[in-house]
Design a protein around this ligand. Structure first.
Ligand code: 5GP
Ligand code: ZN
Length: 117
């Protein structure tokens, strides 16, 4: 599976850096954000290194679907499925992407304003 030696999230996937992992399966790892922006702030990350959403191909269709299904299950696990939650991919620096290994943010547990900043 494609990995990047120096990528922070590849290193978390390889257990080289500690993270509060809340879900793992053959395709995904999900862990708590180190700087949470809401009471629940989980990052859902594919084991495979994909730098940005711009690098997706049709081969990734099932993987992206799995990421959203994991988000839904984790929202239920966190007890925020009724109060509400937001799932966000930031793509490129102008949209706030700072780690170039795609990740789905799951945010909830407080009121979330719209539009986002
Ligand atoms: P982005 O800004 O790329 O959309 O999201 C990257 C997220 O990764 C940020 O919310 C940031 O707080 C989080 N993050 C950065 N470094 C670490 C780390 O070492 N561990 C964990 N758990 N989260 C991190
Ligand atoms: Zn990576």
């Amino acid at each position: 599976m494609a990995q990047n030696q120096d990528c922070l999230f590849c290193r978390i996937v390889r257990n080289e850096i500690d993270a509060k992992i809340v879900h793992e399966d053959e395709d995904l790892v999900a862990f708590r954000d180190i700087s949470p922006q809401a009471p629940t702030h989980i990052l859902i990350v594919p084991r495979q290194h994909i730098a940005t959403l711009n690098d997706l191909t049709p081969d990734h269709q099932d993987l992206i679907g799995k990421m959203f299904l994991a988000a839904k299950d984790l929202a239920a696990q966190e007890g925020i499925e009724q109060s509400g939650y937001r799932c966000v991919f930031n793509c490129q620096r102008g949209a706030g992407q700072s780690v170039f290994h795609i990740h789905l943010h799951l945010l909830g547990g407080r009121a979330l304003n719209w539009p986002p900043g």
